[in-house]
Design a protein. Structure first.
Length: 295
C-alpha cells in the first residue's frame, strides 16, 4: 500500500433488496443503515465512515434503484441514487451470485464511467459448484469494463478486506474529513427515526405497503437520557389499525424493540413515545415528500 493518506466517497448501489445496507454495516463495523427484507428500506443517502491509518472511506448507502413504481417518493429516491453515483470517487455495484435480473440491468445502465466501478458479487459461499460460480463471474465480467470484480460473503466477512483494498486505490489522496471515532454523518435524531421505521418493516412485513414514514416530533437530550416522541405516518385508517394491533400490542412491541436498539447505539437510556398518524397519499404528494425530508 502507498503511504499516502486517501479519503473519498464510495457509493454502494444495486437493485432493491440486494443487501447494500448489510454490506455497508459490515464494512464500517457498526449499525449505520437499517435493514429488512422489504425492498427500498433505505430511503436516504446515508454515509458510514471507516477510518484506518491510511484511509478514510466514506461509504454512501443508497436506495435500491428501480423503475417499477412511479410516484413522487420513488422519483426522489432514484434521483438520490443518480446524484450519489455522480458525486462518488468510487462505486460498488452489488450483485447476488448466480443472479442477474432485469432489475440489475436497470442499475447497470445507470452506472457512470465503469472505470470507477467495483463489482462486488455477494453470497458466493452459497454456490457450492465452483464451476457455476466461475461461469457467472465470467458472464458479468463481459457486461462492462469494471475496475475489478470481487466475490464476497458479507455475513461470513470473506474478502471484505480485499474489497477495501481495491476501493482504496480509486480514492484521491486527501486528508480525513471526519474524526477517527465517527462512524456516520447522521444525527441521533435521524437514527432514531430510522430505527423505528426498521422495526415497523420487520414487524409487519407485507401487511403494510412500504409507504410508511416516521417523523420525530420532539427530541430532548437530558444528560444520559433521551426523550423521543415520534409519529408513524401511514396512508389509510385500515393501515393504522394494523400497525397498532390488538389492544396496542403491536405498536408497543415496535416501540420496545426500537428503544432497545437506540439505547445500545446511543449508549444512554431512552424514553420513547409512539403514535400513528394518517396522511392520505403522502408518497405521491411532492410537498409532503419534501416536508418529510426526501430531497
Amino acid at each position: 500500500m502507498s503511504g499516502e493518506f486517501r479519503c473519498g466517497t464510495v457509493a454502494i448501489v444495486g437493485r432493491p433488496n440486494v443487501g447494500k445496507s448489510t454490506l455497508l454495516n459490515h464494512l464500517v463495523g457498526q449499525k449505520v443503515s437499517i435493514t429488512s427484507s422489504k425492498a427500498q428500506t433505505t430511503r436516504h443517502r446515508i454515509t458510514g465512515i471507516l477510518s484506518d491509518d491510511q484511509t478514510q472511506f466514506l461509504f454512501v448507502d443508497t436506495p435500491g434503484l428501480q423503475k417499477k413504481h412511479d410516484n413522487s417518493l420513488n422519483r426522489v429516491l432514484n434521483r438520490t441514487v443518480g446524484q450519489a453515483m455522480a458525486d462518488a470517487d468510487a462505486i460498488v455495484f452489488l450483485l447476488e451470485a448466480g443472479q442477474f435480473s432485469e432489475a440489475d440491468e436497470v442499475v447497470l445502465k445507470q452506472l457512470p464511467d465503469p472505470g470507477k466501478v467495483v463489482l462486488a458479487v455477494s453470497k458466493c459461499d452459497k454456490i457450492k459448484e465452483k464451476s457455476r460460480l466461475m461461469t457467472f463471474l465470467s458472464e458479468v465480467h463481459g457486461k462492462a469494463a469494471f475496475r475489478a470484480i470481487v466475490p464476497v460473503s458479507v455475513k461470513q466477512k470473506q474478502s471484505l478486506d480485499e474489497l477495501k483494498k481495491v476501493i482504496r486505490l480509486l480514492l484521491p489522496v486527501a486528508p480525513a474529513v471526519y474524526g477517527a471515532e465517527e462512524f456516520t454523518d447522521r444525527s441521533e435524531r435521524f437514527m432514531a427515526a430510522e430505527f423505528i421505521r426498521e422495526k415497523v418493516f420487520r414487524q409487519l412485513g407485507d401487511e403494510l405497503p412500504y409507504a410508511v414514514n416516521v417523523t420525530i416530533e420532539k427530541y430532548e437530550e437530558l444528560g444520559n437520557l433521551r426523550r423521543i416522541f415520534a409519529a408513524i405516518v401511514v396512508e389509510k385508517s385500515s393501515q393504522k389499525a394494523i400497525l397498532i394491533g390488538e389492544k396496542g400490542e403491536r405498536l408497543k412491541r415496535i416501540g420496545t424493540d426500537a428503544r432497545k436498539e437506540m439505547e445500545e447505539t446511543f449508549g444512554c437510556k431512552v424514553y420513547l413515545e409512539l403514535w400513528v398518524r394518517i396522511k392520505k397519499g403522502w408518497a405521491d404528494d411532492d410537498a409532503l415528500v419534501r416536508q418529510y425530508g426526501y430531497e
